[in-house]
Each structure stands twice: as structure tokens, then as C-alpha cells.
Design a protein around this ligand. Sequence first.
Ligand code: SAH
Ligand code: MG
Length: 206
Amino acid sequence: MNNHYLSSVNKEFDHQMIKFLLTQAKEFNVPIISDEGINLLIQLIKISSSKKILEIGTAIGYSSILMALFSDAIITTIERDEKMVVLAKNNIKKANLTSRVTLIQGDGRDISLEDNDYDILFIDAAKAAYIDLFEKFSKNVKTGGIIICDNLLFKGQVENPDIIESRNRRQLVKKIDKFNQYLVNNSNFNTYIYGIGDGISISIKK
Ligand code: SAH
Ligand code: MG
């Protein structure tokens, strides 16, 4: 949701590195997480005292760098796009976060991680792969841990697929709806989908 009053009353990030990342995201047309979304994520990390986070979908590193800047968690983040990997690596270095943010290059569907003690999993990758990514990486989250997924409303299009002209887009939006249904009906997690940012789910692993 984009509320002008809240945008004016809430504080913006006052940080040079963040301003640089916002400009770079625009320049490369990268869909970074909303202000609401990243603030929610940071507060969840703090409320849950989370120390170990796994992210799927780094892009330029905006969300992982902000999570690292505003908490003391360590972050592993996975990105498949070579060009994004180069940008993100540079940004992580520039932010002096190489000791706390580890970037793994590759498609999340091909990568397996050994650790099973992640406090938080943040899925923000290709929407068509969400069920696979959730099934796979939720296994790496500890009991009581949190899984957060972004873009579950896809700019309002998920609730209204019939008005979408592009067939590909319509298929994609149907996949997101399928994921949302899968998620709320998955009895191994307590899930609620919020209308925050572009639609964000919070699931707690039972
Ligand atoms: N989390 C970032 C934005 C990520 S945009 C932020 O808020 O700052 C989504 C990114 O996920 C893109 O860079 C895309 O290349 C990557 N991606 C999509 N599907 C993926 C997959 N299956 N494995 C790894 N990365 C993926
Ligand atoms: Mg997103």
C-alpha cells in the first residue's frame, strides 16, 4: 500500500549507502522491497532476536544490506543473475559488510544448504519458483523460525487475473495465487498474508 500521509510522517532512511542503493535500483530497474516491507523485516529480526538469515533473491543487495545494517544478524543470500551478483558483491564491500553478508551465486533450485538453524528465511525471487523454494529452504529454518515471502499481491494483479492482457503475466499471477493457497493451507506453518508493501506473508515454522 502506498499511503501518502504515512510516507510523509514515517522517516526515510538517512544513510548515504542506502540512498546510493535506491538510485542504483532505479538505474537498473531492479524491483527492490518496499519501504514498508523492509521496515517490517528489520523489526521482525529485532523482535525475534534473529541472528541467522537466509535470503533467496539478492538483486543488488538492497534488502540484505539493510537487514545487516540495522541488526546484528549474519545473512546468506542467493542470486542467480551474474550481472546482479557483480553489483551486489561491490555493494556489500562498499557497505563494509563482507564479514556478515555472504553471497552465493546460483539458482536457488540447484543449491542445497547444510545448516538447519536459520532463524529467518526471506524468499524474494522468481514467483513461479516460490513453492519449490519454500519447500526446499524452509527445511533449513529452525522450529519456531520465520519465513517471509514478498510480492504475493503482485501490484494488485493476483486478485484480478482476468483483466490482465498478457497471457504470460496471467499465468504468473495464477501461480502466485496457487502459492498463496498452498502457503495458508500448509499445516506445518502458521501463516498470514498481509497487505504490506506488495503483499508479504509471515509464516512461523511449527
Ligand atoms: N531482495 C531484493 C530484490 C530481489 S529481486 C531486494 O529487495 O533488495 C529478485 C531477484 O531474484 C532477481 O535479482 C533475480 O535474478 C533473483 N532470482 C529469481 N529467481 C531466482 C532463483 N530461482 N534463484 C536465485 N535467484 C533468483
Ligand atoms: Mg520483492
